[in-house]
Design a protein around this ligand. Structure first.
Ligand code: BGC
Length: 755
């Protein structure tokens, strides 16, 4: 390659400034900026920690809130609005969505992520990408991959086994890439199984491009690149931000001294060029943003994201009359987004107490802050004031939650408890007022076991963005019938959470010891009680399910069920579909979310809801053949209103894939017996194991089962010469030469048998 081309190509591979690519040749620079729930475009000083100011932009609900809507169309509509704001601000790539799995409730950045479940993360992540990109603005799917904690995030190695890697942590990324083709994917800071993601050819090339067909640009998280030469070789295209030119120079030198293939640099440059060309071609100068309309969309999105988690005695919705005590600093100073790089400078913020006052103009509404959020600790006078107004009112609405200092990008939480002063305040209020409604504002999950006994009603919007205040008022007084669902289990205790023993790890390693059993998969497998299960959420009406039909359609499953609004208000039900494989030969979770759909119904109205379950949600990763496999057999499909409120189940048989693993001398007698060729031969030559009928069970063991685990070569050695190694090798040659029966699994060259 001529030197000038090499220099130009290398320089395309790193930022020209904190937020832009480089102008190289005739190519203009383009701006990439955060994301995800609003446009954070900085104009003066720049940083990736959300410190310096950015231009005003609509602050939609962060993904922890928005995800609770389980609403694909709404998420796409928010994406489209974000895309328009980007066009107006000359932003060409919005850095989101963040779809990492919420592995532990302690994860400091959980508020930026969608769920503990990969299906909903993938489906909603894809909707968000489609929405933004539909407006001609790129996205950056992040943080690829396994950035599930903030502690030591730039060094820690997520040490994970292949099945959870594929079935839990990469599953959502795969869906977004395959279904929505984000223009860019952002590689994470951390290491995976010892390798820095920014220089991992397995993740950046083999999985992302070769397996999933990703055709866009891999961009580094800001400052994630340690060794640019290794990164380019692994498949990284764009190092962000500008590093003073050191990375470009290292790339040029590495090509010149033969350490780096020039073709890798050319490929990366071609991808960045294609991105810049696509983005500039899609640039629109005619886009104007109607700030009022976007604020209204933010309110609608927030309304859809509020989960009614408890409503004893139908305390909610409240009548907008009588006397209402509103308690808690968050009613006056709402917590509506998280801290760090996603922090948006909202165009305006709805204040809950103001919105409550205007929604219930006839009511006598009093307010007391009850506690502070400035870290100054308990304040008896504030509690007394709150108790006094609660005692004098018909109902108390108590705002509780986490303040900005308790969770942020950059560090993990140490506890999932609400602050003690808030719980004490709640207890004091409940002692004088039996009608207590709790409104929660928080990013990561909080322990609600102490709240349940004293709060007859609870609504939880996580973080709701700038329209949260109005949305809360709409739900409290019934202008909106809540329909959101939890995307994360609320556990009874931190000690019972799946990653408790392995979070955040030590000495730069964190072991994903819970394996496949993340989120509800863990609580369900262990039969643990939880405070509120994954998928939970109530409505001001009720729904009935009947007429479940389940049938196989090729490799998919078509599920249909009739849903009836059995209550007296119009409402929206989220029909959730879970799958189990009861007779599986693999380690399996008791049920996993494989689909969902929303239906809006007037009172007494019925509708048939259909969900097509994609084979990708049924497959397991088979480590013997290193690929996803659809296991043949019977699948149990359940539909219901949450992971623990299943209303109907039916089974369906799938043909599935046949996995043929070559027999070797290390295969066991049991494996050989199960083989279609070797099995019949062995049954002829092996002595039948003694049974109780012939008095041969004197050892008190099931001989057939005991022999099944003996490797073939060990059996030969123990046969005392009755069988020889040559005979065994002949048998293996015949068995392995046979074509796989009805299967499509590739023969893995030299793949060892798996025990
Ligand atoms: C965050 C990214 C963000 C980037 C740019 C990093 O600290 O991890 O999510 O997009 O900064 O602000």
């Amino acid at each position: 390659m001529p030197e000038s081309d090499l220099t130009a190509d290398a320089s395309l591979g790193s930022g020209g400034s904190f937020w832009t690519t480089k102008a190289v040749g005739g190519l203009p620079p383009i701006m990439l900026t955060d994301g995800p729930h609003g446009v954070r475009k900085q104009q003066g000083s720049v940083d990736h920690l959300g410190l310096a100011a950015s231009v005003p932009a609509t602050c939609f609900p962060p993904l922890a809130g928005l995800g609770q809507s389980w609403d694909v169309d709404l998420v796409a509509a928010v994406g489209a609005a974000l895309g328009r704001e980007c066009q107006q601000q000359d932003v060409r790539v919005l850095l989101g969505p963040g779809i990492n799995i919420r592995r532990s409730p302690l994860g400091g950045r959980n508020f930026e992520y969608l769920s503990e479940d990969p299906h909903i993360s993938g489906v909603l992540g894809a909707a968000w990408v489609r929405g933004v990109q539909g407006e001609g603005v790129g996205t950056s799917l992040k943080h690829y991959a396994l950035n599930n904690q903030e502690d030591d995030r730039m060094r820690v190695s997520a040490d994970v086994d292949p099945r959870p890697l594929r079935e839990v942590y990469l599953r959502g990324f795969r869906r977004v890439v395959q279904d929505a083709q984000p223009w860019t994917v952002m590689c994470s800071y951390n290491r995976v199984n010892g390798v820095h993601v920014s220089q991992d050819p397995f993740l950046l090339t083999r999985v992302l491009r070769d397996e999933w067909g990703f055709a866009g640009v891999v961009v580094s998280d800001w400052g994630a690149v340690r060794d640019r030469v290794a990164a380019v070789a692994a498949g990284l295209d764009l190092q962000m931000p500008y590093d003073g030119g050191a990375g470009d120079a290292a790339v040029v030198a590495a090509v010149e001294n033969g350490a780096l293939d020039a073709a890798a640099v050319e490929r990366a440059a071609a991808r960045v060029t294609a991105l810049v060309e696509k983005a500039t071609a899609a640039q629109r100068s005619d886009v104007t943003v109607d700030a009022d309309a976007h604020h209204e969309l933010a309110r609608e999105a927030a309304s859809r994201s509020i989960v009614l988690i408890r409503n004893d005695g139908d305390l909610l919705p409240l009548t907008p009359a009588g006397s209402i005590a509103v308690i808690g600093e968050f009613a006056r100073t709402p917590r509506y987004q998280g801290g760090g790089s996603s922090h948006v400078n909202a165009t305006r913020v709805d204040i809950p107490i103001d919105e409550i006052r205007s929604a219930a103009a006839e009511a006598d509404i009093t307010f007391a802050p009850g506690f502070t959020v400035d870290g100054s600790g308990p304040d008896g006078a504030l509690v007394d004031e709150a108790v006094a107004i609660a005692a004098d009112s018909d109902v108390a609405v108590v705002f509780l939650g986490l303040d900005a200092s308790q969770e942020s990008e950059g560090f993990d939480r140490e506890s999932i408890d609400l602050p003690a002063e808030q719980l004490d305040l709640l207890a004091a209020v409940a002692a004088v007022q039996p009608r207590v409604v709790v409104v929660l504002q928080h990013g990561g999950v909080v322990r609600l076991a102490p709240v349940v006994p004293v709060a007859a009603a609870m609504i939880d919007g996580a973080l709701l963005g700038q329209g949260g205040g109005a949305a809360i008022a709409r739900v409290l007084f019934g202008a909106v019938n809540p329909s959101a669902r939890l995307t994360e289990t609320v556990p009874l205790r931190l000690e019972e959470t799946p990653a408790f023993l392995d979070f955040p790890g030590e000495h730069q390693h964190v072991r994903y010891g819970e394996g496949l059993f993340v989120g509800y998969r863990w609580y369900d497998t262990r039969g643990l009680d939880v405070t509120f299960p994954f998928g939970h959420g109530l409505s001001y009406t009720t729904f009935g399910y009947d007429g479940l039909e389940v049938r196989a359609e090729g490799e998919s499953i078509r599920v249909a069920v009739r849903v009836t609004n059995t209550g007296s208000r119009a409402g929206r039900e989220i029909v959730q579909v879970y799958a189990a494989v009861p007779g599986s030969a693999q380690v399996r979770v008791p049920r996993a979310l494989v689909g969902f759909a929303a239906v809006e119904l007037e009172p007494s109205e019925q509708r048939r809801v259909e969900v097509v379950v994609d084979r990708r949600d049924l497959e397991y990763w088979d480590i013997r053949v290193d690929r996803f496999v659809l296991e043949p057999g019977t699948y149990e499909i359940s539909v219901g209103a949450s992971s623990r409120d299943l209303r109907a189940s039916a089974t369906v048989d799938l043909v599935g894939d046949t996995v043929t693993v070559p027999l070797t001398v290390e295969s066991t007698i049991g494996e050989a017996m199960a083989h279609p060729i070797a099995g019949p031969v062995l049954r002829q030559v092996l002595p039948a194991p003694p049974t109780s009928e012939d008095g041969g069970d004197g050892l008190g063991v099931d001989m057939a089962r005991m022999m099944a685990s003996i490797p073939l070569e060990r059996a030969i050695a123990m046969s005392g010469g009755a069988a020889t190694r040559e005979q065994l090798e002949q048998l293996l040659a015949v068995a392995n030469a046979a074509p796989p029966v009805g299967g499509d699994a590739p023969e893995p060259a030299g793949s060892p048998p798996v025990d």
